[in-house]
Ligand binder design. Structure first.
Ligand SMILES: C[S@@+](CC[C@H](N)C(=O)[O-])C[C@H]1O[C@@H](n2cnc3c(N)ncnc32)[C@H](O)[C@@H]1O
Length: 607
């Protein structure tokens, strides 16, 4: 029996109402959530966004479970919100109200039905339905030219005129039609396309006119904002996404020192710089910690985008295991050292931007705190002023005022990778670093939390911080270094992630290819037993899945060919009969496994 006096929590009632109005087009999410000043704005916003994202999964769940047929008086909007919370949100529902008990009663049914529908909660697997971000390489073509070209291909330009209305803008992105694209309101050369749009075969991508770069990864350079003619130092440059963005902002006027320590990644950097057509970039295969003003004179703007845990990356192929405190301390030690070098070794530096694709305070606010504590020459400035003062996520309140100055991009709200950005500027006469010598913030809570978390051990912390503060020691321990390979060091430019390996061996017979690929797969599967979780192996896994798929296709083609031969033989006995139409079709498929070509102006690569 239900106790009807128990009400469903207000949060869900309000969210369901807003969700209905948004879906029925009677109000914008921003107006509804923000202007009516609901308490718990963030939770409502996140839940509505998640429900909108999960539209098709929710439809299937509701249809298969028949919950609304069996419970005809159940408000369908509330049902959808509660199911979203239970399956993709908090994974639980509070209280004893009738709607909540009803949804809970169906939990097992949903789970039974959803194994082929439901993917885990987005924030848990770091996979968010991100739109496709396309940065126009303005050294190759103007934004207007790019927009014209896309329009000619059938894409419809959408616009959002109010640059301060960030939430309204996010809502527009979520609701982009499949043929629509929209310019970003923060990054001037960034265009946004619907989720899963792919461009890796697009001529503009191939000829370097567009670069596939996540919006969050564009923020640091946008905020660094060096004017044309400046001297810029990119301390950790490979693969070069931000280096080439700097060159574009400079309009190729000035000088960019792009420094990369890793030899292999340095080669990638050189390639990407070359394809960008920038001439103002000079690449150096060096350890930035061995460099200073003599190595790179007159540097005015510095980008510090060091190796990090990469916990904010949404394109990770697996759920990353929780980082150990030990490893985070080690990374933080290195990050502090590199940021300190930026703030102390270049006397002409005016602005320094520190960024990571990590969501851990240890690599973000706490690095900023430790560096600021001891620096009299630089101050932290508010990052939000560089994004039209229209932003949603900032640093942790555990760091007091300091946290508010920093900026986060959060996958579930900003629809980007997770990113952190802090901006430093040289103090002018009469100014001071307000956070010098532990002033103006209290991070005791953070320290307490840190100690409470898992495997924290003070001794280990001390030891690791002193040894690994110097990254040279990492090199002296090759085995451990390999084990702890930093994910973001393996960052592959996004465009490469898209490319699926496909082999072209025109002159070999198909069956020979199959045998070779079979051997590769058998070899690989042997290795796979070792269950390594490293990214490279995961990429290999994808590759071999694709190879297996191709192989299946080829076997199909062989079967078809066999059939053709049989048919041909049969046809010999039926003179004058026309060649079978299906053979023509299959021959086309053989030439072009993607099937017939689309119209010239509708060349949209979609997954
Ligand atoms: C997060 S990635 C940089 C991504 C790059 N900024 C981009 O947008 O494409 C960090 C890079 O710093 C490099 N690195 C690490 N330590 C370094 C050092 N001491 N000197 C120079 N580069 C270093 C790593 O090899 C890695 O390529």
């Amino acid at each position: 029996m239900f106790d009807h006096s128990i009400k469903v929590p207000r949060l869900y009632k309000t969210t369901a109402k807003i969700y209905r109005q948004v879906k029925e087009g009677t109000g914008s999410l921003k107006q509804l959530v923000y202007e009516k000043k609901h308490p718990n704005i963030k939770a409502i916003y996140a839940l509505v966004v998640e429900a909108i994202h999960r539209d098709s999964e929710l439809n299937k769940l509701i249809e298969r479970s028949e919950i609304l047929k069996k419970e005809p008086r159940f408000d369908p909007w509330l049902a959808r919100i509660l199911i979203t919370e239970l399956l993709f949100g908090k994974l639980k529902l509070p209280g004893e109200s009738k709607p909540i008990k009803t949804v809970l009663a169906y939990e097992q049914i949903f789970k039974a039905h959803n194994s082929d529908i439901v993917i885990p909660k987005s924030s848990e697997v770091n996979q968010v339905n991100k739109p496709r971000y396309v940065r126009v390489n303005t050294l190759s073509c103007t934004v207007n030219e790019a927009i014209e070209n896309f329009s000619e291909e059938g894409w419809v330009l959408s616009k959002h005129l109010d640059n301060k209305d960030y939430t309204g803008f996010l809502e527009k992105i979520i609701q982009l039609n499949e043929d629509e694209f929209i310019p970003d309101i923060h990054i001037p050369n960034l265009l946004i396309f619907p989720i899963k749009t792919q461009f890796y075969r697009h001529p503009a991508y191939k000829n370097g006119q567009i670069i596939l770069q996540d919006k969050a990864s564009c923020l640091p350079v946008h905020i660094l904002a060096p004017p044309p003619g400046s001297v810029v130092l990119d301390m950790c440059a490979a693969p070069g996404m931000k280096t080439t963005q700097v060159a574009a902002i400079l309009n190729d006027q000035g000088l960019v020192y792009a420094v990369e320590k890793d030899e292999r990644r340095f080669k990638t950097l050189e390639k990407i710089v070359e394809s960008s057509k920038a001439t103002c970039i000079k690449c150096f295969n060096k350890d930035i910690l061995t460099c200073d003003n003599e190595t790179f004179p007159n540097v005015e703007y510095i980008l510090v985008d060091p190796s990090c845990s990469g916990s904010g990356l949404t394109d990770r192929l697996t759920v990353e295991e929780k980082q150990s405190q030990f490893r985070l301390n080690k990374l933080a030690g290195f990050q502090i050292k590199i940021l300190r070098a930026a703030l102390t070794r270049y006397p002409n530096a005016k602005r320094v931007v520190y960024s990571t694709c990590s969501t851990y305070l240890e690599e973000n606010e706490d690095v900023v705190r430790q560096v600021l504590e001891t620096n009299l020459n630089f101050k932290l400035v508010e990052a939000k002023q560089f994004v039209n003062n229209a932003w949603l996520n900032f640093g942790s309140e555990d760091f007091g005022e300091m946290g508010k100055f920093c900026l986060y991009a959060k996958p579930e709200l900003d629809l980007t990778n997770g990113f952190f950005v802090a901006v430093f500027e040289r103090v002018q006469e009469g100014e001071e670093n307000m956070f010098f010598n532990k002033k103006n913030y209290n991070y005791k809570k953070y320290e307490q939390d840190k100690k409470r978390r898992g495997n924290f051990n003070d001794e280990e912390y001390e030891q690791e911080n002193t040894i690994d503060d110097d990254p040279k020691t990492l090199e002296e321990k090759p085995k451990r270094r390999k084990k702890n390979k930093l994910i973001s060091e393996q960052e592959i430019p996004e465009e490469n992630n898209e490319e699926r390996p496909k082999k072209k061996k025109k002159n070999k017979s198909i069956s020979k290819e199959i045998t070779e690929e079979n051997n590769e797969i058998v070899e690989y599967k042997k290795k796979k037993k070792k269950k390594s979780k490293h990214l490279k192996e995961e990429i290999l896994e994808e590759k071999y899945e694709v190879v297996e798929e191709i192989q299946n296709e080829k076997q199909k083609i062989l079967r078809i060919k066999d059939n053709e031969q049989i048919q041909e033989t049969e046809e010999k006995h039926k003179p004058k009969k026309k060649k079978s139409k299906s053979v023509d079709v299959e021959e086309t498929e053989l030439k072009d496994p993607e099937g017939p070509k689309k119209k010239k102006h509708k060349k949209k690569d979609k997954e």
